[in-house]
Design a protein around this ligand. Structure first.
Ligand code: NAD
Length: 487
């Protein structure tokens, strides 16, 4: 069944500043259509200096008046849990907003992404009264405290592929630690976060603590370079991440955290006793959301000895990920975010064909009205192939074979990225060896992507630095203050 877009769907497109939606006088905006459906989206305002100043000043005032910062953990928790409850009632509406803007299957949002965002809010709310500061060993007559303090006004900038989850990874620890935040979601997916800002305010968050402004890279740069912003928390491409690290401290030094791109490896050893599960897990994680997931395992590094058997299984599993209408109640796979992104994926696909690699394309009965791309598997690649080095962010899996496990590790580490990785083996020594030597922020053993909200997430090398999720995230939004007492 194809779900209908409700006629009375109320899409709020004005920036949320100082506790309410603000109408703008600007004539700068983007006109957009849903990438997957014949549906015109409301225009997206491009906030500029005036709106950026307004949002940062509101955040600064709310930080200085201390109304939020000084609330008890119990009160903070209560407000957050109210937001989570409201979201549970609004899953359908939030999913529809995200589906219309991104072209990703509505089922992904209903069953996975929005419930995950709710889980993030609940987790951080429940954690805030369970974290402790430190004290040094007591020498007679002295007492040294090591405490964490909020930074003040911080900025969150996020990508389009999962509009609410990474945004909540930032908003929750930031404001629970007492900061005020200005969020700038992607210009391609802003509506659900605007709605959520309103939920927080209705639940009791004082005005100015959470502001959401719409806009593009120029808007983000204005925020980054603003004299009153003290921390920059980014999720997006490596290209933009590099730019941010160059400009963030141009005028004065700021704390930054960068969650960037990846080319994550999936190593399957001859010692793996469950190839069925490995094939199923790989297909699910690389082709879910058309490969538009930062940590998608886009490089298969497969033991030569078992490769034919494994590909047989993998090809079968891949058949399950053919794109359909994103509003189809039986679909899990929608399309790519835009025509531009479709063209980028096509370009690298053509390079793969030109390199004369072995390839399997899963083109059967694809829904062609959106910018969907068929799942593609390139195999028997040489390690210098562009397909193994560049993040494609599409449904293309690049595969290379190895003869011994040291070679597999070398291939895995021969990458500018270091976000996630996986080893499939039932030999304990091999698992231990590989998981210690592969360079990545997370390594999954005989699984993939099953890291819950209590596991830190983030990369190394060109995948960035800083950690989202878990109680370690609280550290990102604070500075350490040492209080030294000597009588
Ligand atoms: P992008 O870098 O184009 O945009 C991300 C955000 O940065 C957007 O809000 C955009 O408006 C803003 N931006 C654009 N130009 C800017 C500039 N000059 N200065 C500051 N901000 C600027 O990325 P995208 O296309 O939205 O997202 C896809 C990328 O995000 C992929 O590379 C993916 O791997 C990465 N990603 C990483 C994670 C992670 O946790 N590591 C999660 C999701 C996505």
């Amino acid at each position: 069944m194809i779900l209908k877009i409700p006629k009375n769907l109320n899409i709020e497109n004005r920036p949320f500043i100082n506790g309410s939606f603000k109408s703008l006088k600007t004539n700068k905006f983007l006109k957009r259509k849903s990438p997957s459906l014949d549906y015109s989206l409301p225009k997206l305002f491009l906030c500029r200096e005036n709106e950026v100043n307004y949002a940062v000043n509101s955040a600064k005032n709310s930080f200085q008046d201390g109304l939020w910062k000084n609330k008890s953990s119990k009160e903070k928790k209560k407000i957050f849990l109210k937001v989570a409850t409201k979201m549970k009632k609004k899953i359908q509406e939030l999913s529809m907003l995200d589906c219309l803007e991104t072209g990703r299957a509505i089922n992904n949002f209903k069953r996975d992404s929005i419930p995950k965002a709710i889980e993030v809010i609940e987790y951080f709310a429940e954690s805030i009264d369970k974290i402790y500061d430190n004290m040094t060993p007591l020498d007679l007559g002295s007492m040294n405290l090591i405490t964490r303090k909020p930074l003040g006004v911080v900025v969150g900038i996020t990508s389009w592929n999962d509009p609410l989850v990474p945004a909540m990874w930032k908003v929750c620890p930031a404001i629970l630690m007492g900061n005020s935040i200005v969020m700038k979601p992607s210009e391609l997916s802003s509506f659900s976060l605007l709605r959520l800002a309103e939920f927080f305010f209705e639940a009791g968050l004082p005005k100015g603590v959470l502001n959401v402004i719409t806009g593009d890279g120029i808007t983000a740069e204005n925020l980054i370079q603003h004299k009153d912003t003290n921390g920059i928390y980014f999720t997006g491409s490596t290209k933009t991440g590099k730019k941010i690290s160059q400009i963030a401290s141009k005028n004065r030094i700021k704390k930054i955290s960068l969650e960037c791109g990846g080319k994550s490896s999936f190593i399957v050893s001859r010692n793996c006793t469950n190839l069925n599960k490995a094939a199923k897990t790989l297909a699910k994680n690389i082709f879910y959301n058309q490969g538009q997931i930062c940590s998608a395992p886009s490089r298969l590094i497969i033991d030569k000895k078992i490769s034919s058997l494994f590909f047989e299984k993998l090809f079968k599993e891949t058949e399950k990920y053919i794109p359909k209408n994103p509003l189809d109640s039986n679909s899990e796979i929608g399309g790519l975010i835009s025509k531009k992104h479709y063209q980028n994926v096509k370009k690298i696909f053509n390079i793969g064909l030109k390199e004369k690699n072995s390839v399997k394309i899963f083109n059967k009965k694809r829904w062609k009205k959106n910018y969907s791309f068929p799942p593609v598997i390139f195999y028997n690649l040489k390690n210098n192939s562009k397909l193994l080095q560049e993040e494609i962010f599409g449904p293309i899996l690049s595969c290379i074979e190895y003869s011994d496990i040291n070679e597999a590790i070398k291939i895995a580490n021969n990458s500018q990225y270091g976000l996630a990785s996986s080893i499939w083996s039932n030999n304990f020594e091999e698992i231990h060896y590989v998981s210690n030597l592969v360079e990545a922020g997370i390594i999954h053993i005989n699984s993939y992507g099953e890291d819950g909200i209590n596991i830190p997430f983030g990369g190394i090398k060109n995948s960035g630095f800083g950690r989202d999720k878990s109680i370690f995230a609280f550290q990102e939004y604070t500075y350490i203050k040492s209080i030294v007492y000597k009588p």
